[in-house]
Structures are given as C-alpha cells and as structure tokens.
Design a protein around this ligand. Sequence first.
Ligand SMILES: NC(=O)c1ccc[n+]([C@@H]2O[C@H](COP(=O)([O-])OP(=O)(O)OC[C@H]3O[C@@H](n4cnc5c(N)ncnc54)[C@H](OP(=O)(O)O)[C@@H]3O)[C@@H](O)[C@H]2O)c1
Ligand SMILES: [Zn+2]
Ligand SMILES: [Zn+2]
Length: 354
Amino acid sequence: MTMNKARAYSAGSPSAPLARTTITRRDPAEQDIQIEILYCGICHSDLHTVRDEWRSVVPTVYPCIPGHEIVGRVTKVGSAVKKFKPGDLAAVGCMVDSDGTCAECKADLEQFCPNMTLTYNSPDKHLGGVTYGGYSESIVVNQRFVLRVPEKLNLPGVAPLLCAGITTYSPMHHWGATKGKKVGVVGLGGLGHMGVKFAHALGAHVVVFTTSANKKEDARRLGADEVVVSKNANEMQKHERSFDFILDTVSADHDINAYMNLLRRDGNLTLVGAPEKPLAVPAFGLIMGRRSLSGSAIGGIAETQEMLDFCGKHNITSDVEVIPIQKVNEAYERLLKSDVKYRFSIDMASLKAE
Ligand SMILES: NC(=O)c1ccc[n+]([C@@H]2O[C@H](COP(=O)([O-])OP(=O)(O)OC[C@H]3O[C@@H](n4cnc5c(N)ncnc54)[C@H](OP(=O)(O)O)[C@@H]3O)[C@@H](O)[C@H]2O)c1
Ligand SMILES: [Zn+2]
Ligand SMILES: [Zn+2]
C-alpha cells in the first residue's frame, strides 16, 4: 500500500493543546475516494473526545485527530467509484465504514451498526491504530460513506451539516416535527441552531430554550416563534404540559425534569447532547402524562444525503465563524463558554499556509 502524508492538528493528551503534526493516509483502493478537505466544523464532541470526557464509554486513544464535519473536493477515486470524479465536491460526516450486512445497515441505520467505524478514534482497519478525523488536509473514505454536496451552498456553512445538521434533522423527522406541532429546542449552540432551522422549515411552532439571554434575537432570526430564557421559572411555567416534542442539545449537566414537565401527554424528550456525567431522571416526570425520554445519534447515510438535499432545496446552511486552524485551542475555550454564533468552521487552507 502506498501511503500519503497529510498535515493535521492533533491532541497528545487530555490536557495538551492541539498542535501541528503529520499523519499517514492510505492510498485510495478500489472503493475509496480521496478528498482534499476545504472546511471542517468544530463539534462539541471533538472537545469531549480530545479531553477524554467520554472515557467511561469510548476512551480516547492519543494522539487524537478530531473532526467529523468535513467538506472538500475529490482528488482521486478508486477504480470501482462511479458516482464521484476528481474535482467534485464531497462531504464526510461522523462515520467512515460499517459492516453493511447487519440489520441496522440493511435498514439504512449505519449509525447503530455494531461494527461501525467512526471518522476518528475508532480502530482503523486499514492502517492499524485509530482513525484520524477532519482537522487535516486530506482524508480517504469508502465511497458508501461519502456524501454529495448540493451546488451553490456556502461551503464553510455546509461542513457542520454533516454532524450538527443530521443529528437534529433525523429526530425531528422521526418524532414528526411538522405543522401543528409544538417543538422545543434546548440549547442554542451548533446542534441547537440547526434544530431551530429544521423545525421551522418543517412548519412546526418552535420554542427555543437558552441560558444565554443575549441569543434571544438570533433565535428569532433563525426561525424560533418564541424564546424562553430557561433560568426564568415564570417563563418556563407558562409552557407546562404543552410540547409534543423537545430536542435537548445541551453538552453539560442540567435539569432535564424542567423540560419533561413541559411535555404534553405522550410527548417525547429526545437527548442528543451527550454530557460527561449521567443526568438524573425523575420517575414522576415520565409517569405523569405517559411521557417518553429517548436518545438519537446522527443519522444513516441515506438520511444524511436526504438532509443535504433538503438543505440545497431550502438554502439552509449553518451560521459559522470561519477560523484558521491555528485558532482551534482558543475556539475550544470559547465553545465551552457558548461564545460562538453558532459553529466554528476551520478553513483548511490555513493548515497549508503553515
Ligand atoms: N447524539 C449525537 O449524535 C450527537 C452529535 C453531535 C453532538 N452531540 C453532542 O451534543 C452536545 C451539543 O453539541 P454542540 O456541538 O451543539 O455544542 P455547543 O455548540 O457547545 O452547544 C451546546 C449548547 O448547550 C447550552 N449549554 C451549554 N452548557 C450548558 C449548561 N451548563 N446548562 C445549560 N445549557 C448549557 C448552550 O446553549 P445556550 O447558550 O443557548 O444555553 C450551548 O450553546 C454535545 O454534548 C455533543 O457531544 C451529539
Ligand atoms: Zn459532532
Ligand atoms: Zn452493520
């Protein structure tokens, strides 16, 4: 196997800042597509992983190269690749492989495949070690996991669709966020702001719950019909027992009972946020009103393509602050303070300039 060197940014330990490195990418085999990465979004999952906050479930292997919101241009394709050619735009999200044979894969739900390979921090079947993500100048991915990018969308804002986009689009569809439904979105961050855009585009009545009073106006601009500052108990109470569906995108510890109480009979609260520590679930919040609590993880490849096509049709992209990769450590600190509107997107040209 011929190998390609690629410049990248990696973390060497939970406490070390990310720093410049060089990694190896495989040469594209028959089914592979080699992509020059143009933009990569910064997901809060990158930060959880770099700092090993999910060690009880998926310990981080160092060096860790995060990044799973990837958009770029095809530079080379394997002999069996027909749907992409060099020069095409292409995108990669949180997964780069799965067994393709299990019940989940057959149902187009590769995200639940027991043998799924994540874009980073998963065993690398080709090179050994773990997979390396999108904070890099290139990546090589099996064509089954490469997405087509609709023309004319703002590319830095497309990158976050590959995780923040599909992670909010999928549960909105699954739980039926449509016209006539009252839908809540908790946390106006990278995921949250995409959730608002999708729920609004699907015709639901959208209410945003935020801890940041200064995001109120933005929430409306993004498509919210109402905005609640969640620290205000009076405002919260007004919405008791009224929601069909609430999507919780919060990345840190918080009181989910406050939101459970806002669900109507048979309403559902879905967690997509993945805080480090377990959340307390009060039985009565569920018992009274036959409410349900569930989770959701990204979406399958077919649904991810459907989401991208939906974004193309409705001209939806993420609101991004484009940064050079040299600012990634600063960006992590700002992400922790909810100080980004509403996703950082790394311009990978900055990596080459170094
Ligand atoms: N399930 C999946 O497939 C999946 C996919 C991607 C990410 N995730 C997870 O989803 C979570 C959110 O990711 P993200 O990239 O959207 O993060 P993010 O941009 O940091 O957004 C999280 C938002 O949560 C709110 N928040 C933060 N700390 C809070 C606290 N202590 N109490 C209450 N609210 C708080 C903030 O919104 P306000 O300022 O509006 O309050 C913040 O903007 C992360 O845990 C991430 O790992 C899961
Ligand atoms: Zn993510
Ligand atoms: Zn499978």
